[in-house]
Design a binder for this molecule. Structure first.
Ligand code: FMN
Length: 194
């Protein structure tokens, strides 16, 4: 773990101005314990379409994205669900991060997933899809507690504060596991390098 605090790089997979997932992520960042620092990235709107022909001379924003992820101890993603899947814009961003293959910035990183939707489906399928993406990146997705916010209009107040107490408690519980995985990961790095 770098310095004293666990550094978490976070992103919401929505370009929508009033995104529920952005709200969820910002609430999670505010609920982080004192020894966790969450940086919410605003790079998503700048990320171009993935094109394998650009590997080796990636746009500056992609290089910045990879550098920010590489400098973090863990990654946190709040994802919408479109047609039962991960949003294209988020998958596009993750495809850029996947390079260099098997040595990418996500490699071995603990990952927190969460999602919010106004419907009842709670983003379970999009989160499940992301777990599949991270198999390839060999990232360590926190298995549970899962953070699935449905009926978002009831879960947040008019100022965007998360008022669903069960969800608030789950986020606190989730951070405890994220820290545990990050510690295990750090111990493993020491063991592998010694
Ligand atoms: C084309 C389309 C497909 C959608 N499909 C799903 C879906 O499969 N599951 C779901 O929970 N919500 C679905 N939604 C609702 C989105 O979850 C909702 O628009 C949500 O607010 C988007 O996330 P955001 O608020 O962070 O931008 C869909 C919305 C659109 C426009």
């Amino acid at each position: 773990m770098s310095e004293d605090k666990l550094k978490v790089w976070a992103i919401a997979g929505s370009l929508r101005a009033d995104s529920w997932n952005e709200k969820l992520l910002r609430n999670a960042a505010a609920l982080a314990p004192d020894d966790v620092e969450v940086h919410v990235s605003d790079l998503l709107p700048q990320v171009p379409f993935f094109n394998e022909d650009l590997i080796g001379h990636e746009p500056a924003v992609v290089q910045q994205l990879r550098a920010e992820v590489a400098a973090a101890d863990a990654v946190m993603i709040a994802t919408p669900e479109y047609n039962g899947m991960v949003p294209g814009v988020l998958k596009n961003l993750l495809d850029w991060i996947t390079f260099p293959l098997f040595a990418c910035a996500m490699m071995d990183k603990p990952v927190s997933l969460m999602g919010a939707t106004p419907s009842k489906l709670a983003t379970a399928r999009a989160q499940s899809g992301l777990r599949q993406v991270f198999v390839y990146n060999r990232a360590l997705v926190v298995p549970s507690p899962e953070i699935l916010v449905n009926f978002a209009h009831d879960a947040f107040d008019a100022e965007g504060r998360l008022i669903d107490q069960m969800c608030v408690d789950r986020i606190a519980h989730h951070f405890a596991y994220l820290k545990k995985y990050a510690r295990l990961n750090q111990m493993d790095e020491v063991a592998l390098s010694s």
